[in-house]
Design a binder for this molecule. Structure first.
Ligand code: HPA
Ligand code: ZN
Length: 324
């Protein structure tokens, strides 16, 4: 079985309907819809904002450290079964703070599962705190300070949520600060927005990876820049189909970008909402685009090389010279 690094995964997006119901019961919360099968049926979206509303509402059941530990453990076990040996996991800490959950509850809870993951699941992990670009930057700054103060092992910071109408500029000082603190940086770009949003993330935020980057394919100069710089795209086919970013996967830009030498990777984004984990994403894009074994080998190698693992570890996992 090929092994992969999963580099675009929101831990809140792994909250399966059955776990929503179980956690609601455990925490004494009355759900408007208490049936897991019905909740799953509601996971039909027409756009990113449509999805974000449901994704945010469901997070209300996450209240205790144990809830966050259980969420991460369930993901890590499922991810390993789909070939994942390294997971660089996003957490919307800012969203949890906004609904009154303490940073320690979130980070100690996730940290407990992540720190045991190599032993428990055979998956090495890193934690990336994602800021919400449609919320005031002061909220993001507060989340960053609390994350640092918590003492949890942080790999990096990222930027997600709605793209259109929310420029990256206010986040430039925070990203510069995170980089000065020795952290990695990533940003969602080119999912809702066009190639200009990807350029903005590269030139202003100076990120090391672009999350999604679907619309980078619309700009040949940008494609050439990505290929030359080796800056990876963390693509998510089932997410793109579910949110109508690419309604017909046979038209997904991934094969063309791969052929153009861009370091593209496949990831599951929010697997509980979009119809599957890494294995399902690989199967869907393979079927839709007729990917070959050589393409899949390249996607596996790209994922390890695009990770933020140390070079020696990349070498061990790929068995070839990492080109990072
Ligand atoms: N895009 C933007 N923000 C998100 C996503 C996404 O696909 N998933 C969770 N937050
Ligand atoms: Zn995402």
């Amino acid at each position: 079985m090929r092994t992969f690094a999963e580099l675009h995964l929101h831990i809140e997006g792994t909250l399966e309907p059955e776990l929503v119901v179980a956690l609601a019961e455990r925490n004494g919360i009355r759900l408007p819809e208490p049936d897991a099968a019905r909740l799953r049926e509601l996971n039909r979206f027409t756009s990113l904002p449509d999805f974000l509303a449901r994704y945010t509402a469901n997070q209300d059941v996450l209240r205790t450290e144990q809830d966050f530990t259980d969420l991460a453990d369930a993901y890590l076990a499922r991810a390993r079964a789909s070939g994942v040996v390294r997971a660089e996991i996003f957490c919307d800490l800012q969203a949890h703070l906004a609904r009154g959950i303490a940073a320690e509850t979130v980070l100690n809870g996730l940290g407990a599962a992540l720190s045991r993951s190599e032993a428990d699941h055979g998956v090495s992990t890193g934690l990336i705190i994602t800021f919400l670009r449609d919320q005031p930057v002061e909220q993001a700054e507060d989340a960053y300070v609390l994350a640092l103060a918590s003492g949890v092992d942080l790999l990096g910071v990222g930027l997600c949520s709605a793209e259109i109408g929310f420029p990256a500029a206010p986040f430039v000082p925070l990203f510069a600060r995170a980089r000065a603190d020795g952290l990695q940086t990533v940003a969602h770009a080119g999912e809702e927005g066009g190639p200009e949003v990807v350029w903005e993330a590269l030139r202003q935020l100076r990120v090391g990876r672009i999350d999604h980057g679907v619309h980078a394919a619309d700009d040949p100069e940008l494609v050439a820049h990505l290929a030359e710089s080796g800056i990876p795209l963390t693509m998510c086919p089932l997410s793109n189909r579910a949110l109508q970013v690419v309604p017909d996967l046979s038209r997904h830009p991934l094969p063309g970008l791969l052929a153009a030498g861009v370091r593209v990777t496949v990831n599951s984004d929010d697997p509980a909402y979009f119809g599957g984990y890494l294995d399902a994403n690989l199967a869907a894009i393979t079927d839709a685009c007729g990917l070959t074994d050589a393409d899949l080998d390249a996607l596996a190698r790209n994922s390890i090389e695009a990770s933020f693992l140390p070079a020696a570890e990349k070498l061990r996992l790929t068995g070839t010279a990492a080109q990072a």
